[in-house]
Ligand binder design. Structure first.
Ligand SMILES: Nc1ncnc2c1ncn2[C@@H]1O[C@H](COP(=O)(O)OP(=O)(O)O[C@H]2O[C@H](CO)[C@@H](O)[C@H](O)[C@H]2O)[C@@H](O)[C@H]1O
Length: 683
């Protein structure tokens, strides 16, 4: 057996510092860091938060580091003798006896990690040089080889001592509980957020798990779960009158543990919540299972070798995850478990609360005395008949009264939910907790939504060269079968077709709007009557209107890139993502001034002197939500588009310059995490 020695491997920033030698079979050393070595490198490239020096050689030992098949003890000795920080607690071997990784404790002793590293055997001829230059000949990572030159560049860049401001002050174990997480499942913005924010938090040094159902549809779409493997951990949870067995699947990707709860009730056609016949009748069961499983996962799943443990922070997204803080308070803390955990309810949409008849309370797996927090009585006007007492259980309400803190996805919305108009019956309760409510505007995935590098669009473009946008517009017009007219303003809408999105206002305004020389394209799916209306309108206005009924991410990118204006007359909008995507693509948003739309779109003011001298603002906001005020804002936009080309260009460029990265949102989240841990548990 030939030995490979990793002569000195220092990872700073995570407080790991260790030096050890390894022995393995001839050509390859294979390992992975719990935090993820690929993640670690990626993070370092971007954030300069670690520094590493690796030296490698094959053959006899050098540098006083001994080598043997089980050389860990001498490595420990070496480490102790030299007074290195970090404690090597022993090798992890595979079935053949080869050492595949080492367990390290951090310097502070408050965490541990499997160092997991792929090290290719270096070229003998390069040996001396490699050792003296302190760079490895190459690293092989799980998803490909990083070339030597790249490693050297990374090392050069990262051997920078000093604090990196983009790294979290204290590293936490964060557990997202959600009904959707892109790219595995997405019907809207919740999926986007839970697919991106975890990665941003992991990049900042947190240990992050996302736990969501494993939806299997029996179609080709199921391949999204191909990288998630059975974690060989089955648990039984008590709810719905008995023990329900669930399994966990796991994928480690982009520094995040993606955990999927598996149960037959998640295996069916449709979206996470329903199908063409409406919402699934057993959603309370499906999401109760999710919440019970999510509470157990940090305790039972040894992801990468060890569990998340009790000191974690649950981010509870919308009602589907709303039982988590109730379960923590009712089923765990009374028995001394999760006393150090905290939960934050993140409200993406208050209009869905998970309300079911009161008799279903017994199904939730909660002690009888916890009925109060979930108790919900409908006002008389909302009851079905005279004998209806309006008694129900409301899962989101349970979360509002038990979560340690509450977050919404914009500051504007955090205030709106405390008003009669925006509180959906919970405004008084939310007002009573307003001291722990904050709003943080969502970020966007700037790699997925990047006009200069977007595989879905006809031509790339950027703020410096906008010519590709005209090509995207022409390509979209052609794809939709609309006349290819470069000067005809093209207006778009993307979103769920429901009451929230103000489709009825678009519907009312359409005849008047299409009386003008404009084109309009809508992409969406949802309420059947709106889908039919889109089809009818397309038939009536063949040269001007296209209604694409369906859910298609590529088309949404093409509409965002190809349109001149994106219309969002949302009745309420907790944050809204499409206006953020639109601005990044130089498409001007025209929005109802509500919630996150008001927070993110600044109405154009031609008289203000902005930095570029062409006014200020990134779009148009209108209020009240009415056909006439929407048409008036649109007409302002159309006039600017047609008659003030310079101003239009200024609007486009200002939008494209906005910073909506997840990293800045993640930094705000960390502040709220800190507050959550400063206070004792609320329940
Ligand atoms: N037919 C279709 N085809 C392809 N893509 C489609 C589509 N319909 C919608 N999408 C995509 O789904 C996402 C919708 O996000 P939004 O934030 O606008 O709305 P949503 O109301 O679902 O989310 C809720 O949660 C998010 C996240 O917090 C809040 O921003 C928002 O205000 C709140 O209502 C966007 O990425 C959009 O492109």
């Amino acid at each position: 057996m030939e030995s490979l020695s990793l002569q000195s491997f220092h990872v700073k920033g995570l407080n790991y510092r260790s030096k050890f030698n390894l022995a393995n079979n001839p050509s390859e050393f294979r390992a992975i860091n719990q935090v993820g070595f690929d993640h670690f490198l990626r993070q370092r490239c971007k954030r300069l938060c670690f520094s590493v020096r690796c030296q490698s050689f094959s053959g006899k030992n050098e540098g006083g580091v001994s080598s043997s098949a089980d050389g860990s003890s001498s490595a420990i000795e070496e480490q102790r003798n030299e007074g290195h920080f970090g404690q090597l607690i022993g090798p992890v071997k595979d079935a053949s006896g080869s050492i595949v990784s080492f367990n390290l404790y951090s310097q502070s002793g408050d965490g541990k990690s499997n160092v997991f590293l792929d090290l290719e055997k270096p070229n003998e001829n390069d040996k001396e040089e490699k050792i003296s230059s302190g760079s490895p000949s190459s690293f092989v990572f799980e998803r490909g080889v990083i070339k030597e030159s790249e490693v050297e560049k990374i090392l050069e860049e990262t051997i920078v001592e000093g604090e990196d401001k983009t790294v979290a002050k204290s590293k936490l174990s964060v557990v997202f509980v959600t009904a959707e997480a892109a790219p595995y499942s997405k019907t809207g913005g919740l999926g986007d957020v839970c697919g991106s924010l975890p990665i941003a938090l992991a990049e900042r040094g947190h240990r992050v798990m996302v736990i969501a159902p494993r939806y299997i549809h029996g179609t080709a779409a199921d391949k999204v779960y191909a990288g998630a493997f059975d974690a060989n951990c089955r648990i039984k949870v008590n709810c719905f009158g008995g023990e329900q067995e669930v399994a966990f699947f796991h994928q480690y990707r982009d520094g995040v543990d993606w955990v999927f709860v598996d149960h037959p009730s998640y295996h069916r056609p449709g979206n996470p919540y329903g199908d063409s016949f409406g919402a699934f009748g057993d959603n309370q069961f499906r999401f109760t299972l999710l919440c019970h499983a999510a509470c157990e996962a940090p305790l039972v799943l040894p992801l990468g070798g060890y569990t998340y443990g009790e000191k974690c922070l649950f981010l509870v997204n919308d009602w589907h995850a709303g039982l988590v803080p109730v379960l923590l308070a009712a089923n765990y803390r009374p028995y001394g478990v999760y006393k150090d955990a905290r939960s934050i309810l993140v409200i993406h949409n208050l209009s869905h609360q998970g309300v079911e008849p009161a008799v279903t309370y017994d199904n939730l797996g909660l002690p009888p005395q916890w009925y109060g927090p979930l108790e919900w009585v409908f006002p008389e006007w909302a009851r079905a008949h005279e004998l209806d007492k309006g008694e129900a259980v409301n899962i989101l309400k349970g979360a509002v009264v038990t979560a340690d803190r509450i977050l919404t996805v914009s500051q504007g919305y955090s205030w709106e939910i405390t008003t009669v108009e925006g509180g959906y019956g919970l405004h008084e309760l939310l007002t009573s907790r307003k001291f722990v409510i904050n709003g943080i505007i969502n970020g966007i995935n700037v790699s997925e939504w990047d006009p200069s590098n977007d595989a879905h669009i006809a031509a790339p473009y950027s703020i410096d060269d906008l010519s590709g946008k005209a090509e995207c517009k022409a390509a979209l017009q052609k794809e939709l079968g609309l006349p290819v007219k470069p000067d005809c303003p093209l207006i778009g809408f993307i979103g769920r077709l429901d009451y929230q999105k103000g489709i009825d206002i678009i519907q009312a305004a359409m005849p008047e709007l299409l009386g003008d020389d404009v084109q309009f394209v809508m992409l969406g799916t949802g309420v059947a009557k709106y889908e039919s209306w889109m089809r009818e309108t397309e038939a009536r206005y063949k040269d001007k209107f296209r209604g694409w009924v369906g859910f298609s991410v590529p088309i949404s990118h093409r509409i965002t890139a190809g349109c001149d204006i994106l219309l969002m007359p949302s009745r309420f909008e907790p944050c809204g993502l499409n206006q953020l995507y639109a601005m990044r693509y130089g498409t001007i948003p025209v929005v109802h001034s509500t919630g996150g739309l008001r927070d993110t779109v600044e109405t154009y003011n031609p008289y203000a002197v902005g930095p570029d001298g062409s006014g200020t603002g990134t779009g148009w906001g209108f209020a009240p939500l009415a056909k006439d005020s929407m048409l008036s804002a649109l007409r302002n936009g159309l006039k600017t588009y047609r008659e003030y080309k310079g101003s239009w260009l200024g609007l486009m460029k200002r939008g494209m310059q906005q910073d909506f990265t997840w990293d800045s949102a993640a930094a705000h989240y960390e502040q709220v995490f800190e507050w959550a841990f400063t206070d004792p548990p609320y329940c």
